[in-house]
Design a protein around this ligand. Sequence first.
Ligand code: DUC
Ligand code: ZN
Ligand code: ZN
Length: 472
Amino acid sequence: MEQFDVVIRNGTVATASDIMQCDVGIKDGKVAMLGRGLPAGKREIDAAGKLVLPGGVDAHCHLDQPMEEGLKMADDFRSGTISAACGGTTTVIPFAAQARGQSLRAAVEDYHRRAEGKAVVDYAFHMIISDPTEKVLKEELPQLIREGYTSFKIYMTYDDMKLNDRQILDLLAVARREGAMAMIHAENADCISWLTEQLEAAGLSAPKYHGHSRPMLVEREATHRAIAISELVDVPILIVHVSGKEAIEQIRWAHGHGLRIYAETCPQYLVLSADDLDQDGYHGAKCVCSPPPRDKENQQYVWDGLADGLFTVFSSDHAPFRYEDPQGKKPGGKEVPFRYIPNGTPGLETRLPLLFSEGVGKGRIDLNRFVALTATDPAKMYGLYPRKGTIAIGADADIAIWDPHKDVTISNDLLHHDVDYTPYEGMQVTGWPVTTLSRGEVVWNEGQFDARIGRGEFLKCGLPDPARPKKR
Ligand code: DUC
Ligand code: ZN
Ligand code: ZN
């Protein structure tokens, strides 16, 4: 009888720290052995000429998140996780969002119902807290953290989500006491609403003015305020979707002062720019997301931060709204002023190929850094390591096998999400995941997705080591 269920043979295995020519033996969904000339498996995969990488951990994506009246996300856990798997991602962490007036536990329970029976890869939840009542702060949040929901997002903008500084202080104090990771969307809400009114009064409401309503300054100010609040409470935070220079400068300042401030960025801040919001007609709506894409100089700052360790996490921030959809980018079937365009771009399936091609392929980051940013470090940030995010004995056999030379012209027809466009249409990339294994099961191979819908398992997260306070 074969010792292994699967053996991946002759590939180049890379982790966040090592690169080795070896075979990977998989048994019962786990990596069981690394070595040369392993005995036969029930299934043999020849990875000669290929890269064998940990499956991606996409630690920031939005799937089937309840929206305000009239809007709907295009991807649920089924289409979203299929798209993830076909793009080499084997773990997703979307958001259980609390509506104002809703109990946090009810939001989490509702989100479980949305995921169960649908996910094809494993998933954990972050929470979004929009209503930090006494009950949430004293009972629900501490209890949920202890049950394996060990991270939550705080919004500093959006009328239905934003928290004031006092509320953020209260939540960070809970994060500190319980050991959770707080993620912060840092944009100054009042500046945005004031600028939006000024623009509208001047008749400037086309999609491109979304960018004008959220200049870098509003992100810089909120980033600095979030850093100061984190310093006061003495608890690490993670700033999500950082878009450019001025926010990066604040984070560098914090690092220079010995503060534990982590940062995430996303593909849209590397390869999209304000020009993409300024497409003919209303097409710029496809690239409306917050913070907005900036310019070439800002892109370079983001690249520098990816290369030199300023950023810890590279996520998609997949926020899927169809373009031709009355519940999507054209609410009510109309081309609306920018303030009513739902924010977000799709990108679960293109996250890894874009960073691989533009980053590793063009010599901006090396392969180990690519693995760290896309798999290992997100798993560490959110308490999933070492089960997820690496190739090591005993880890889940979540693996993406890459053809590093495969040339692909990105087209929405190739992708598996339920969105009717990709912002990256027509982009040429080199390198694509050709086979994806989730817990040792081949779910994507040579252009075919094949796995039982609902096979994805919920992951309870441990307390993340990086969330420990400095105790200064
Ligand atoms: N923030 C997100 O994290 N995702 C989509 C839109 C937003 O503002
Ligand atoms: Zn956000
Ligand atoms: Zn998001």
